[in-house]
Design a protein around this ligand. Structure first.
Ligand code: M6R
Length: 608
């Protein structure tokens, strides 16, 4: 979604703004812009529809040495992607970039008679509102911003400059991240730490309801009620190599291939295979609190939701007397669901900023239920608002399609389930097979990637021209097929839906014809024979079936068999999912599409 950068210091602001915006490209956007200010009040405002390359074309003819400015990548909400709707927006001497949504913008617009609106955006209403306080000189820039924000309903992360004050930037946040990078004689602004990496390691993460006056060598933070805040300077953990492609053609492939290491990071210090124990400090629940848990509510969107579904299937296998409900955040936040007091909620989010997931977290907390984050982005809003949490530590995930996060989210949640089971006194013999396999997973993922990548690439070439597909699985393979279908559709634009195999005869079987291929996830196990019968039903109707399985004896005449060479059994769906990720990746590359930034999508969905 939208991204913000800002710079005040002695260096060339345009250089930082453009390089920072490029770092934020992965979040998804459809226009971009920057404004820089010269000492004498000269302003250079450049905006362009489409990619940052279009903005750079304009920049080539408008090079400046200005050392203060702000920039933005916009993902359209109010008004189409266009130059007029791109940020920064201007009113009088003020220029504003904004992430989030001003919900009462229509009402506010009605009060701003003196401003001639040039865009369809809610953001222009906000800049005009700030200017209404600023223009007569009654308020300083920071106080004009505060006055305006007190009237605003909605979410925002903003950065504001005035041509009258070419040495200061005002930033504020409510519901949309804003980070202030503390440099030596320079201060940097970003909505995402990746833009700051390589420039500074020290940052202040603004909290909701805070505003800051930022200069090159000072940062003053206060609340909207004018209470001073002594802001904590934290370390940015990300390094440059984590946000670069590192020799891979695309981030998606890099992130798929990173999974042996990223999962090892998730497990570090948490798995004691020798003694068959899990040690998870982050949730911060005592043994007594863990023993009391009777219900788990798992909340997420998209891939995080699928991870929650799969983890739920596992946790109920080994944790007695516990009910698990995995819910879609955008639905759950508006339901009238009663959550029993002996519940714990797992809030699952790679970015830690997803608006619907965050809203659920807040609703659930209101009911007095303990919330545990399963989050990747350190210092993100969800990570900071949950009662306790387990970071998955997979490092930055840049490709819009979530890959390595899924694997680690599932395992992190299973480890939390194992922690509950340990506290409830479940026999070690029951838990040991899970712990043993978790311990072996990084290696098993590496072997799967090594042995199957080439084959998946070949198979994908045969299927790239299909427009429809069905993903099928039973039990633990069902949520896994949902995730496989999501991956394929979001990057390759091939219609892909997942069905529980048992549901086939209840409707979806009617779809099977030459326009579709069927991707079957077939783990060994109790339901293997039933799933094989289901495959026969599809074959009997002329299906174009691909089967991935860890079984040795599968011998039906399907079009392609992807045999997974592994002794992993419990967690084989994770390996199958990695194959689905590779399949989606290679299909998309074969179709010549932009795999890292699929159309219409954003990496972090910070609006509802
Ligand atoms: O950052 P989150 O984990 O909260 O994001 C949730 C979804 O937006 C995300 O998983 C999305 O579905 C991915 N693009 C799927 O690959």
């Amino acid at each position: 979604m939208c991204g913000i950068v800002g710079y005040v210091g002695d260096k060339n602001a345009q250089d930082f703004l453009i390089s920072g915006l490029k770092r934020l490209e992965y979040r998804g956007y459809d226009s971009a812009g920057i404004v820089t200010l010269a000492d004498k009040g000269d302003v250079t405002l450049l905006r362009a529809k489409g990619k940052i390359a279009n903005l750079e074309e304009k920049l080539a003819k408008n090079k400046r040495k200005d050392s203060i400015g702000v920039g933005h990548t916009r993902w359209a909400t109010h008004g189409e992607p266009s130059e007029a709707n791109a940020h920064p927006h201007r009113a009088g001497d003020i220029y504003l970039v904004h992430n989030g949504i001003i919900e009462n913008y229509k009402e506010l617009k009605g009060t701003l008679k003196g401003h001639e609106f040039k865009s369809e955006t809610d953001t222009e209403v906000l800049v005009a509102l700030i200017n209404s306080f600023y223009k007569d000189g009654k308020y300083s820039l920071v106080d004009a911003v505060v006055q305006a924000l007190k009237l605003v309903k909605g979410t925002y992360g903003i950065a504001v400059v005035s041509s009258k004050k070419p040495d200061e930037i005002v930033v504020a946040r409510s519901g949309s991240p804003l980070i202030i990078g503390v440099g030596n004689g320079e201060t940097l602004i970003a909505s995402d730490a990746s833009a700051l990496v390589g420039h500074t390691k020290r940052a202040i993460y603004l909290n909701d309801g805070e505003v800051a006056l930022v200069k090159k060598d000072s940062i003053e933070v206060k609340t909207l009620n004018a209470e001073p805040v002594s802001a904590k300077v934290e370390e940015i953990e990300t390094n440059l190599s984590a946000i670069q492609k590192g020799g891979f053609e695309h981030f998606m492939l890099k992130e798929i291939m990173e999974q042996p290491d990223s999962l090892a990071e998730t497990l570090r210090g948490r798995i004691d295979a020798k003694n068959a124990r899990v040690h998870l400090g982050g949730p911060g629940l005592s043994e007594a609190e863990l023993r009391k848990i009777k219900h788990l509510v798992i909340v997420g969107c998209g891939t995080a939701y699928h991870a929650g579904l799969l983890a739920g299937y596992y946790i109920e296998q080994f944790t007695p007397e516990i009910t698990i409900e995995t819910v879609i955040a955008s639905e759950y936040r508006y339901r009238s669901a009663y959550i029993p007091k002996d519940s714990v909620a797992l809030i699952v989010s790679q970015s830690g900023e997803t608006a619907d997931t965050l809203a659920c977290l807040r609703e659930i907390k209101k009911q007095g239920i303990k919330t545990i984050g399963i989050v990747n982005a350190i210092g993100s809003t969800i990570a900071r608002e949950v009662d306790g949490g387990t970071y998955v530590h997979v490092g930055p995930e840049i490709s819009v399609a979530s890959t390595k996060a899924f694997t680690s989210q599932v395992i992190a949640m299973v480890m939390f389930g194992l922690t509950i089971a340990q506290a409830k006194g479940v026999k070690p013999g029951i838990l040991k097979p899970y712990i043993d396999e978790i311990d072996k997973m990084p290696k098993a993922i590496e072997e799967t990637l090594d042995s199957l990548s080439k084959k998946i690439k070949e198979i994908s070439k045969k299927y790239k021209d299909y427009e429809h597909s069905i993903y099928l699985g039973r039990d633990i393979a069902y949520p896994t097929s949902m995730e496989g279908a999501l991956k394929l559709k979001e990057v390759s634009y091939i219609d892909a839906n997942a069905y529980a195999f048992g549901e086939l005869k209840h409707g979806p079987l009617a779809l099977v014809d030459d326009r579709f291929f069927e991707m079957v996830l077939l783990p060994k196990g109790a339901l293997y024979d039933k799933a094989v019968s289901n495959i026969q039903e599809v074959l009997a109707r002329g299906g174009h079936v691909i089967v991935m399985t860890n079984a040795d004896n599968f011998d039906l005449p399907v079009e392609n068999i992807i045999k997974i060479p592994t002794d992993i059994e419990i967690f084989v769906p994770i390996l199958m999912n990695i194959i689905s990720q590779l399949f989606a990746y290679y299909m998309t590359v074969a179709k010549g599409l932009n795999v890292d930034q699929p159309r219409n999508l954003a990496k972090s969905v910070t609006v509802e």
